[in-house]
Design a protein around this ligand. Structure first.
Ligand code: FES
Ligand code: FES
Length: 156
């Protein structure tokens, strides 16, 4: 299997039917890719394949042949959104955080709060509360927070 992983041409002899998350974590040692549900429901395992956020727990590794895969490690550890998640307390246990950040990578310039909610709709957080997460992404994009706290709720 040949693909580009976090910017580096990579060749692996992994079983193409293995789950991509397992290959990334166990063979490539990219343990920033987290497993929550293992069923494509929570988004914790989100990576980018050719720029699209996908759940790596439901993708056979063979599907990345010829693609470009980016995991949270590919952001280099010093990405502004990573700092904002820390500064805005957008992470507590941190299991959802890499997936949230990778899902947010697809956002374009000047996203609305609704755009952000949509981009992160497939990513579940059980501890932080979504307003801190949305605030981190809004600040990253240089967008103002809504005037009313209620709008920052995931239930809006
Ligand atoms: S671990 Fe992949 S979607 Fe939950
Ligand atoms: S910070 Fe724990 S699930 Fe989101």
């Amino acid at each position: 299997m040949q693909f580009v992983l976090n910017g580096k041409p990579t060749t692996l002899s992994a079983n193409p039917a293995a789950r991509l998350i397992d290959v990334l974590r166990e063979e490539c040692l990219l343990t920033g890719v987290k497993e929550g549900c293992g069923e494509g429901e929570c988004g914790a395992c989100t990576v980018l394949i050719d720029g699209e956020p996908v759940c790596s727990c439901i993708i056979p590794a063979g599907q990345v042949e010829g693609t470009e895969v980016v995991t949270i490690e590919g952001l280099g550890g010093n990405h502004p959104l990573q700092h904002l998640f820390m500064n805005e307390v957008g992470a507590q246990c941190g299991i959802c955080t890499p997936g949230m950040i990778m899902a947010a990578m697809k956002l374009g310039d000047a996203p609305t709060l609704d755009d952000i909610k949509t981009a992160l709709a497939g990513n579940l957080c059980r501890c932080t509360g979504y307003s801190a997460i949305y605030r981190a992404v809004l600040k990253w994009k240089g967008m103002p927070e809504p005037d009313t706290a209620g709008e920052m709720s995931v239930m809006e």
